[in-house]
Structure formats: structure tokens, C-alpha cells
Design a protein around this ligand. Structure first.
Ligand code: NAI
Ligand code: AKG
Length: 415
């Protein structure tokens, strides 16, 4: 199967230069398993609502399937196919021993009570039970889920199989979570940004930044870039955007993240009540040094790509740039840090959490951050070198490094 998704087109473009035969390319495109299921939920009102759930397992040649659970109203099987494949390339690029998967539920979690969410998550685990496990497929947070949902998943799975902390990552600390996992993706985004900027002669200290989406990834990326001296001039969430060319004050956000690190980050309007509102549609094309899409996919269209005024586009979200927009960007002087590189910090620390759960060995925050930096810097350096050697953009280079690792593992295993 070759899907005409953006992710499939990125893969096709990368494999073109690798001399792989058609069968090998087909194996790389084809998901191992796709599961859809119905999830009935008894609402607090007594009504019954039935949601649709998904899990796509793309490849396991390099290790167990790994990837987040997304709870969002606009998801379907095609989304998860693309996101699962993206996980395969991401884990391979940062060279951690996992494959790729992604799943979730088509629902709006903001409309569910905590009790409803818990019941929903536990129903999901009942349906996923045969295909997840500590050495089989290890879910984690993605949009709309976080430590609370991971705790419920672990509880439901452990009810059946005995205490199994390694069945999910991104858990609360007291349940075997890893120090630093909550901020890992956003911090990794800042580390990758810093490394790439140093390479192109842009100092992050003093650079201006616009961030779309101030959830787990966007909020922690904002804090980590701010700590490196960047000026965060615009941020948005699903309800709107705020702007200050002189730099937005981030002290309330910092305090809220510190007070309850495992809670969902607060809305933009709550942490920046006095900042000037702006049209969220204008955020990506602001005249800033660095733009960070950190929410949904497909936001960088060809029109946006033409209109970008930044020097660096850091893909903190998964799949923010369409394949047509990628082609536009290849002809422009904008450095793109592709998603499988920019946001790989989350799954990297998930790996540390999982390994620590298996060996019953806790991590310290300091060791986690040092390891995260090593992994992110090495992945950036390898991608930059490959891009220079093959004379291709960073996305194609990152895919090539990843695809070669996956293909080699498949070949050695006899796939
Ligand atoms: N959580 C993680 O560890 C990882 C997440 N990612 C990716 O990062 C992105 C964000 O994920 P999370 O931060 O975990 O999700 P989240 O659910 O914590 O936050 C999402 C944020 O995006 C905002 N948002 C939603 N739709 C929007 C729109 N149309 N315009 C502007 N803002 C909008 C929400 O209001 C919220 O602030 C997703 O693409 C996800 O796949 C990637 C790697 C790991
Ligand atoms: O931490 C993980 O296992 C996966 C996170 C994720 O879904 C992603 O990197 O897109």
C-alpha cells in the first residue's frame, strides 16, 4: 500500500536516493497492523455516547511499537497511519530501540468530566489489551492526553496483567514516571533549535519567537527557549493568540507549570490576561526569527510557506507542514527543523522511563536532561551532515538516516 499522505510523500522522496527496490519501499510504507474500535461511555448524565478509537502499529523491526495516544475531535484512520509512520522514523533517527505506532480517540476531552475521561481511558485499554504491553506496544501522551490518562491506562492494564508500569510512558512521577518527561518534548525542541541556529549563525539569545499552541509541547518549548535568552513575542492556543513585539511576560506561565508540573498547561488567556490579542491566523507569518508550530498538523500550507518571514521553522508539532508546502520551502531561504527531529525529545525520555521501569532503576532529572541533550545534539549533527553530504534539505536527510536504520533491521530480521 502506498498512501497519498504527506508522510508517505516525504518517505517516497527520501527513499528515491537510497537505491531500495520496490518491495522494500512497499514494506516501509505498509503499517504492520491497524485497529479501529468503538468505545461506549456512560456519561455523568446517564446517557450513552459511543466514540471511535484507533491504534495503528507501523513498524517493529527495531523494537516494540511506540507512540502517543491522541484525544481530539478531528482524527481518523489516515491521521493515525501518518502519525504512526512518523514515529517509526523518529525513533530510528534518535536511535532508540523502538518502532512506531500511534492511536487515540475521536473525542473532545475538554467536554468530558474527569470521571468520564477515566472511564473512557479504561474502556480504551480493554479494547487495546491484546495488542499493547511492556514489550509489545507502549503508548504515551500526545494531544489531549497527559500524565493523568497514562496513570489510568497503567491501572487498567495492571488490573489484568499485574503491576506493569512499563506498559505506558509519560506517567506521573509517583507511578514510575521519569523526571523530565513532562517537559522533555518542549525542552528537546529548544535544544534542537539552539543547535541548528548555532550552525546557521543565528544566536538564540535575543532571537524573536512565535509559538502556535501553548499545550504541553508549546508551553515547555516557550520556557526552555526563554531560558536560552529568546524573546517569545507571540503565542496562541485553540481560543486565540496574544502578541507583544517587546516579549511576552512568561512569569505566570512559569509559576503555573512549577506549581503543578503534571497538570495540563493553562489557557493563554489565563497566563497572559493583559497582553494584546492578535489574529491567530497571522501568527505563523509574523516577522520573527523563529516560528514554532506546536499544535495540530497541516497548518503550514503552500500559501503560508510562501508568506513565512522567519529564518527558522521548528516543527514541534507532528506533520505541521504539508508535502506541497515542503516543496515551496525547499526553494526558500528558511531552515526547517523537521518534526521527526525537532520533537523527538519526548520519545527519547519515554525510552529512559521505560528502561528505568524495566530495570526498576530511577532516573534523576539532571541525568535525564544531560542524556536528552546528548541525543538531540547527536541527531541534529547527523541530520545536518547527511543533508550536506547528499545536498538535500534536513527533512529528506533525517528520513534517509531513519529509513536506512529501519531497513537494515528489517533485512537482518528477515522481513
Ligand atoms: N506531548 C508530547 O510529548 C508530544 C507531542 N507532539 C506533538 O506536539 C503537538 C502538540 O501536542 P501537545 O502539546 O502534547 O498537546 P496538548 O493537548 O498538550 O496541547 C495542544 C495545544 O494546541 C492548542 N491548539 C489546538 N488546536 C489549535 C489551533 N488550531 N491553533 C492553535 N492552537 C491550537 C491547544 O489549545 C493546546 O494549547 C501535537 O502535534 C503532538 O503530536 C510531538 C511529540 C511528543
Ligand atoms: O513518548 C512517546 O512514546 C511518544 C510521543 C509521541 O507521540 C510523539 O513523539 O509524537
Amino acid at each position: 500500500m502506498s498512501l497519498d499522505t504527506d508522510a508517505a510523500r516525504f518517505l517516497d522522496a527520501a527513499t528515491e536516493g537510497l537505491g531500495l527496490d520496490d518491495d522494500a519501499c512497499r514494506m516501509l510504507q505498509t503499517p504492520f497492523r491497524e485497529v479501529t474500535f468503538e468505545v461506549p461511555l456512560r456519561r455523568d448524565t446517564g446517557e450513552l455516547t459511543v466514540f471511535r478509537g484507533y491504534r495503528v502499529q507501523h513498524d517493529r523491526a527495531r523494537g516494540p511499537f511506540k507512540g502517543g495516544m491522541r484525544f481530539h475531535p478531528d482524527v481518523d484512520l489516515d491521521h493515525f497511519r501518518a502519525l504512526a509512520a512518523t514515529m517509526t522514523w523518529k525513533t530510528a533517527l534518535v536511535d532508540i530501540p523502538f518502532g512506531g505506532a500511534k492511536g487515540g480517540v475521536a473525542c473532545d476531552p475538554s467536554t468530558l468530566s474527569a470521571g468520564e475521561l477515566e472511564r473512557l481511558v479504561k474502556e480504551v485499554v480493554q479494547r487495546l489489551d491484546p495488542i499493547i504491553g511492556p514489550d509489545l506496544d507502549i503508548p504515551a501522551p500526545d494531544m489531549g492526553t497527559g500524565p493523568a490518562e497514562m496513570a489510568w491506562m497503567m491501572d487498567a492494564y495492571s488490573d489484568v496483567h499485574g503491576y506493569s508500569p512499563a506498559v505506558v510512558t509519560g506517567k506521573p512521577l509517583v507511578l514510575g514516571g521519569c523526571p523530565g518527561r513532562t517537559e522533555a518534548t518542549g525542552t528537546g525542541v529548544a535544544m534542537a533549535t539552539e543547535r541548528v541556529c548555532a550552525d546557521i549563525g543565528l544566536d538564540v539569545d535575543g532571537a524573536t519567537v512565535a509559538i502556535q499552541g501553548l499545550g504541553n509541547v508549546g508551553a515547555h518549548a516557550a520556557m526552555a527557549l526563554h531560558e536560552r535568552g529568546a524573546r517569545i513575542v507571540a503565542v496562541s492556543d485553540v481560543d486565540g493568540a496574544r502578541h507583544n513585539p517587546g516579549g511576552l511576560p512568561l512569569d505566570t506561565l512559569a509559576r503555573r507549570l512549577r506549581e503543578d508540573p503534571e497538570a495540563k498547561p493553562p489557557p493563554v488567556a489565563e497566563v497572559l490576561p493583559d497582553a494584546e490579542e492578535m489574529d491567530p491566523d497571522d501568527l505563523l507569518t509574523l516577522d520573527v526569527d523563529i516560528v514554532v508550530p506546536a499544535a495540530i498538523g497541516g497548518v503550514v500550507t503552500p500559501e503560508v510557506a510562501e508568506a513565512l518571514r522567519c529564518r527558522v521553522l521548528v516543527e514541534a508539532a507532528n506533520g505541521p507542514t504539508t508535502a506541497d508546502a515542503h516543496d515551496v520551502l525547499c526553494g526558500r531561504d528558511v531552515t526547517v527543523v523537521p518534526d521527526i527531529l525537532a520533537n523527538a525529545g519526548g520519545v527519547t525520555v519515554s525510552y529512559l522511563e521505560w528502561a528505568g521501569n524495566h530495570s526498576r532503576t530511577p532516573w534523576t532529572h539532571e541525568r535525564v536532561m544531560a542524556r536528552l541533550a546528548e541525543v538531540m545534539f547527536a541527531a541534529v549533527d547527523e541530520t545536518r551532515s547527511r543533508a550536506a553530504a547528499d545536498e538535500v534539505d534536513m527533512r529528506t536527510a533525517a528520513y534517509r538516516v531513519a529509513v536506512e536504520r529501519v531497513r537494515r533491521a528489517q533485512h537482518l530480521r528477515g522481513v
